[in-house]
Structure formats: C-alpha cells, structure tokens
Design a protein around this ligand. Structure first.
Ligand code: NI
Length: 184
C-alpha cells in the first residue's frame, strides 16, 4: 500500500462520519505513509482517510507549497489523528478552495479564521493547538471530510444547482486528472 486511488464526489464513504482510531490500530504507520504519498502524487496540500476509502479519523497536511502566500506555512507538515475542533475563533474569511475528490471545481468558501483543535500526533501524543490563516483553513476543510462533509455543502443552493451537471459527471468518474481515482 503506497499511492492509493482518490475516491471521487458521489462515493458513499465521503458521506460517512469517520471512526476513531485506536492507539494499537494495525498498519497505522503504513496508512500515514500512504496518505502522504497519495497527497503528494495528486499535488494536494491535505488529504483525509475517507478520500482513500477508509472511514477513519485521520488526515495529513503539508502546506509548504503555499509558503509563497503565507510564510508561516514553511515546513507545515502534520498528521492529525482523532481530532476535535474545540473552538472556532476570529472573523469569517473567504478563500478559494478545491478538493482532490472534486477535481476541476473551485469555489469561494467562508470559514472562521482561527481554530483550536485537540488531536493525537503521529506518535499518538495528545496535543492541543491553535491555528490561524491558511493552516486553519486547510484543517477545517480536512476535518469536514471526517464528518462526511464536502466544501460543496457550504456554497449557496443557486451555485450548487449551477454545478450539478459537473458534479454528476465527476461522480461517474469523468475527470481529467493525473492521479488515480475511484468512483462510487
Ligand atoms: Ni477535500
């Protein structure tokens, strides 16, 4: 198990609330490596386990490609296991988001500028951290995946209607991307 196919919009696993991971979960290290490899292969900055068909509460982030937009992202590479966002802070900001499970669609999404989150790191140490800016943005996007939510749930009904045809074709696997995908 290394690079895994990315499940596309319409796959039921993307709509499930993911399960907590026990500390003795077999193959956890391998799963973490696969998530990073799959994310790098598809040129994403974040990837959650449901996106590779595993309904588990874990996501990985490497935001260093966005360092030019935000210098604080330099070396921002992390694993979040069993995370809980415990507070949303700051003003609402808008940012143009995309998702490896919804290729070729990008939309402006409103989210809180900062969050406080509890999670386990790669070594299963319990942590509580505060993030703001693009880091907080990516974490909220990936966290949504663990709750069975997608960024297209956060756009207006009108915009969603305009995207309906495109979303239907994505759910049928009609996408033009360089990474391996899987649908339904
Ligand atoms: Ni996503």
């Amino acid at each position: 198990m290394m690079v895994l196919p990315v499940f596309l919009y319409g796959s039921p696993v993307l709509r499930k609330v993911a399960s907590e991971i026990p500390e003795d979960f077999p193959g956890l290290d391998e799963l973490i490596v696969s998530l990073f490899e799959t994310m790098y292969q598809s040129e994403g900055v974040g990837l959650a386990a449901p996106q590779v068909g595993k309904s588990l509460r874990i996501f990985v982030i490497d935001a260093s490609p966005l360092e030019e937009d935000d210098a604080s992202l330099k070396g921002f590479k992390k694993v979040f296991i069993n995370p809980t966002i415990i507070s949303y802070e700051g003003a609402i900001s808008t940012y143009n988001e995309g998702c490896l499970s919804i290729p070729e669609i990008r939309e402006d999404i409103d989210r809180e500028e900062a969050i406080r989150i509890r999670y386990c790191d790669r070594e299963f140490n319990y942590r509580e951290d505060y993030f703001e800016g693009i880091a907080a943005r990516i974490i909220q996007h990936e966290y949504d995946h663990l709750e069975g939510k997608l960024f297209t749930d956060r756009i207006s009904p009108l915009k969603k209607r305009l995207l309906k045809r495109k979303l239907t074709s994505i759910s049928k696997g009609k996408v033009d991307v360089k990474y391996r995908v899987k649908h339904l």
